[in-house]
Design a protein around this ligand. Structure first.
Ligand code: ACO
Length: 359
């Protein structure tokens, strides 16, 4: 029995390979560093879905159909007042079709990208902005969020983020998607299960608290004393450590590079990044002293927080933005699992009371 299924191999996949010791992530045969910053969201979508839909068109037509799917999704936006953005987005996704075909997959890829900006604008008393199907996905997301066309650098940074987090082995939400797909339920049911798993603080909920930590530290001069007293009181530093990586999380490097590119084009608050860089180096040194035998290095969430903040997403929506990127991987895994034709049904060991013997 393995509580948490650690080290249990539960699927064969052609989608991504996470090497925690080497700090390496490969997506469909391509190392992350060759994808991030060089690939659009649409190209990554094609890469991950290739082979899982008989009628998958080439990247150009796929991009056009994704644009059309965004427009279609917008027509289904309804009132979600009273719900938090993540729950509102999920409630709207639950009304999408539940097939296993390419149109359903495209509807589900488009849905969070359209619903999150719409929900946020309505929450803030603004009108939701309709998608422009002719625009690239990332450009359109930022336009629907802010009401104006983003700079090319910002759109490229969002592409880098969405591609970087598009797939990552058999993490909790991806496993949840595969379990549901193995029952021959539709893709929407798989995505809903994955969204439920992602919401938990042990999975998708860390980047917001990274910003809370930076706010609490305030200035680079305060970093050392804040970090020491946090560690001394037994608390954890957000954005550091990982279950699988014992080397630096390669996604942190990909996102740090994207942030650096944004900074060099004047798209980032320089004071914020200076603080973050000081906090990161101080934290890494302190963690090394604090836990000399356990490599505790920067994880994906540290730079996710900085990048998404620079792109204008409020911190309480970071998990939902993650879902925009990861839906691509969830759908590919759901199709891969369904194509095995095998139901996922592990066993449990009964440790409850034994029935009394009849007298
Ligand atoms: N700060 C301080 N100490 C830490 C940290 C941290 N960020 N991470 C781990 N440690 C310490 C633990 O206190 C523990 O010490 P102990 O043995 O004295 O109890 C030891 O290192 C091992 O920690 P575990 O919880 O056993 O390691 P695990 O691999 O289960 O934890 C996790 C991984 C949950 C990510 C952890 O490193 C953590 O809580 N980090 C902070 C939150 C965070 O950034 N989460 C996002 C992760 S990225 C992602 O999931 C997409």
């Amino acid at each position: 029995m393995s509580n948490g299924l650690e080290d249990v191999i539960a699927a064969e996949t052609v989608l991504s390979d996470v090497d925690g010791l080497a700090g390496r992530l490969v997506i469909r045969g391509v190392p992350l560093e060759a994808l991030a910053g060089r690939t659009t969201y649409e190209e990554a979508l094609f890469l991950l879905w290739d082979g899982f839909f008989d009628d998958l068109p080439g990247p150009k037509e796929l991009a056009a159909r994704l644009g059309a799917a965004r427009a279609k999704a917008f027509a289904t936006v309804t009132d979600t007042a009273g719900l938090e953005p993540y729950d509102a987005m999920r409630a709207l996704i639950a009304r999408q079709p539940d097939g296993n075909d390419l149109d359903t997959a495209l509807a589900l890829a488009a849905a969070p990208a359209v619903f999150l900006p719409a929900v946020l604008r309505r929450r803030d008393g603004l009108a939701a902005i309709a998608p422009d199907p002719s625009l690239p996905h990332s450009t359109d997301i930022l336009r629907m969020l802010t009401g104006k066309l983003p700079t090319a650098e910002k759109a490229a940074a969002l592409d880098t983020y969405l591609v970087t987090i598009s797939d990552h082995g058999l993490n909790a939400s991806t496993f949840a998607a595969r379990v549901v797909a193995s029952t021959r339920a539709g893709l929407m049911s798989s995505v809903l299960a994955a969204l439920g798993a992602l919401k938990g603080p042990l999975h998708g909920g860390a980047p917001g608290p990274v910003l809370d930590m930076l706010d609490a530290i305030g200035t680079p001069q305060n970093a050392a004393s804040w970090i020491e007293s946090t560690l001394a009181s037994g608390e954890r530093l957000m954005g550091f450590g990982h279950r699988i990586y014992r080397a630096r999380d390669p996604r942190a490097d990909a996102l740090a590079a994207a942030l650096e590119r944004l900074k060099s084009t004047g798209n980032v608050d320089a004071t914020r990044t200076a603080l973050a860089i000081a906090v990161e180096s101080t934290a890494l040194a302190a963690l090394k002293r604090h836990k000399p035998d356990r490599p505790l290095l920067t994880n994906v969430e540290f730079y996710t927080a900085l990048l998404l903040e620079a792109l204008g997403f409020p911190r309480e929506t970071f998990t939902a933005v993650f879902a925009i990127g990861r839906t691509t991987g969830w759908i590919a895994h759901a199709r891969e699992q369904a194509l095995t034709g095998k139901l996922i049904r592990p066993k449990s060991v009964y440790v409850g009371p034994v029935p009394r013997q009849a007298a």
